[in-house]
Design a protein around this ligand. Structure first.
Ligand code: 3PG
Length: 407
């Protein structure tokens, strides 16, 4: 259990500064609604009901990227989820922000501008340095308490995440609490039965790092995606490299990881299950499959594990007491290549094993293919923080909440 205080420890009706993670996909300038809004709306609704005056902090994108936009649209999306007005001010800690904060009464909700538009939010520095910024020193006195609900950003040592808990009473919001508990389960809990981890996606370096940390905790890793092909390459099959010289999905990740992959296959190959067949797009645009043993030369892109592999993986899942998913087994956004990801997710949904599906993108497959979140133990809204939690690493945003509770 985490040693931080929660909303249960906070008396109603105060003025609170609340950090959310509303970082979202942006398409053609339009912020896309997603699970982060609905989850955080739960925390904010509780605060409204308990008559708190609420000012919200959040970030969007990174400077220089197309996704680095104002939070004005976020206010409308959040208001729709809450069914309650969310005022927006295009300022974070200047005069306009302070005036809007001053106007807040119990039950009011105000969203401040994108924290990353303030110079002092970035770069990553020690919490002590962030606590001294004008950002923190200006906003802190306007509130009775700080609440961090942004578990998915808690690996970042940014002012809005780590500065306030050093100078104010600080509490974990409901999303922070539930994400923390589910995502640290693999590092913190003992399971009697089989623990399985489904590993895929495009960020092979991240998942290989997770695998190398979890050798003791996981009985069976079921592989797909880019990491799956890199492991097949290490096992001697002619796959796991880029076909297009312009693309760089496989080759640099192979360079960075092949020693570790070979070592893992040597030392604990019996914990690692690789695909026996793979799927690709044939010249007619249809899904086609090939047995890994029958591949003489890679001349097509593999976009999913094959049906036999998917069914074998589903059987392993049905035998498991706990299943953790990190990354998709194929390009599930294209229905033709969703078989691996969906077959395994459906097997998890059918069984009553403890399960966590993490990594923003993979969890999208849950609703895309008509499954319900309730069928899983936990569907995480975290990406980088989920990876860190799986490897047992501490999150700086959680550490400062624990320091605040200890004071
Ligand atoms: C996320 O979307 O995973 C978090 O909000 C962190 O975003 P960042 O990787 O841009 O820091």
């Amino acid at each position: 259990m985490a040693a931080f205080d929660t909303l249960d420890d906070l008396a109603d009706g105060q003025r609170v500064l609340v950090r959310l993670d509303l970082n979202s996909p942006v398409e053609d300038g339009e912020v896309q609604d997603n699970r982060r809004f609905s989850r955080h709306a739960g925390t904010v609704a509780e605060l409204v009901e308990r008559d708190f005056a609420v000012a919200l902090l959040a970030h969007q994108g990174r400077p220089g990227r197309d996704t680095f936009v104002s939070l004005d649209q976020h206010a409308d999306i959040l208001a729709a989820h809450l069914d309650h007005p969310v005022e927006f001010v295009a300022d974070t800690y200047g005069e306009d922000a302070l005036a809007a904060i001053d106007d807040l009464d119990g039950g009011d909700v105000l969203l401040l501008e994108n924290t990353r538009m303030c110079e002092e939010e970035l770069p990553e520095e020690e919490p002590e340095v962030k606590a001294e910024t004008e950002f923190v020193r200006t906003l802190a006195p306007a509130f009775d308490a700080y609440v961090n609900d942004a578990y998915s950003a808690a690996h970042r040592s940014h002012a809005s995440l780590v500065g306030f808990p050093l100078v104010m009473d600080a509490y974990a919001g409901r999303v922070m609490e539930t994400e923390y508990e589910a995502n640290t389960a693999i590092a913190a809990r003992e399971f009697d039965g089989q623990v399985t981890m489904v590993v895929g996606g495009t960020k092979a370096t991240d998942v290989i790092d997770v695998m190398s940390h979890l050798g003791e905790k996981v009985d069976d890793f079921l592989l797909g995606g880019i990491a799956g092909e890199l492991f097949l390459r290490a096992a001697g099959y002619p796959v796991g490299f880029d076909l297009d010289p312009e693309a760089d999905l496989y080759d640099s990740q192979w360079e960075a990881n092949h020693d570790l992959i070979e070592e893992m296959l040597d030392e604990r190959g019996d914990q690692i299950t690789l695909a026996t067949d793979l799927a690709y797009e044939d010249p007619d645009g249809e899904r086609a499959e090939v047995a890994v043993e029958a591949v003489d030369e890679k001349d097509v892109s593999f976009l999913d594990v094959g049906t036999d592999t998917a069914e074998g993986y589903a059987d392993v899942v049905r035998e498991s007491e706990a299943v953790f998913v990190k990354g998709a087994l194929g390009v599930f956004e294209d229905e033709r290549f969703s078989v691996g990801t969906v077959t395994v997710l459906e097997a998890i949904a059918e069984t009553d094993c403890f399960s966590v599906v993490g990594g923003g993108d993979t969890s999208r497959a849950v609703e895309m293919y008509g499954m319900s979140e309730e069928e899983f133990g936990h569907v995480s809204i975290a990406g980088g923080a989920y990876i860190r939690a799986l490897t047992g690493a501490d999150l700086v945003g959680v550490e400062v909440l624990e320091r605040a509770a200890a004071r």
